[in-house]
Design a protein around this ligand. Structure first.
Ligand code: ATP
Ligand code: MG
Length: 180
């Protein structure tokens, strides 16, 4: 399984449709400060279902929609599509290529799609979590996150190890069940 392409439309600084294609192996994104490198990573987390505005470096979710510049008016919607090569069947779905799409409107409405068909956020999350790239997995290591691993106290370090071992999600489910 590898990422094939990512298309941004009206997402953060990417007002016009922009597609990045990835080959198997390592991809580097280079560019001057403020040119949108981190916005590309934000788009990846967002299309995979990220719900926290802070994790996307914004104050509210609406901040992912192109806010306009001196020469260009703000847009009313943001859309990101991620195409994943699934020829090894790592994602439990009967397609060799899977495209996830997330759309958000300024009035708050949003939509998720799986290979072009509307789906629920839950469908998308479940599809990804079975393959180890779910929302709470550390697939995206942000700036400063390495520091927090190195400086974690013993309980914090244990949480990282439990997550890597796949135990944390069961513990969280158990805690949730006990609270009910
Ligand atoms: P650095 O090298 O400093 O980390 P970077 O390439 O990672 O820079 P980003 O943080 O991805 O840069 O991009 C920041 C730019 O994106 C800023 O110019 C900011 O104004 C712009 N930006 C962020 N959100 C929006 C938005 N909703 N609409 C328009 N522009 C936006
Ligand atoms: Mg950056």
């Amino acid at each position: 399984m590898h990422l094939k392409s990512l298309t941004l439309r009206g997402f953060k600084s990417f007002a016009s449709a922009t597609t990045l294609r990835f080959e198997p192996g390592i991809t580097c994104v280079v560019g001057p400060n403020g040119s949108g490198k981190s916005n590309v990573v934000d788009a990846l987390s967002w299309v995979m279902g990220e719900q926290g505005a802070k994790s996307l470096r914004g104050g509210k979710m609406e901040d992912v929609i192109f806010a306009g510049t001196t020469g260009r008016s703000p847009l009313g919607r943001a859309e990101v599509s991620l195409t994943i090569d699934n020829s090894d069947g790592a994602l439990p779905i009967d397609y060799s290529e899977v495209t996830l799409t997330r759309i958000m409107f300024r009035n708050g409405g949003s939509e998720y799609q799986l290979n072009g068909d509307t789906c629920r956020l839950l469908d998308l999350q479940e599809l990804l979590s079975d393959s180890g790239i779910g929302r709470e997995m550390h697939v995206i290591v942000g700036q400063g996150q390495l520091d927090s691993v190195l400086h974690a106290d013993p309980m914090g370090r244990r949480a990282f190890i439990e997550e890597a071992a796949g135990v944390l999600k069961h513990r969280k489910r158990k805690e949730k069940a006990l609270r009910k």
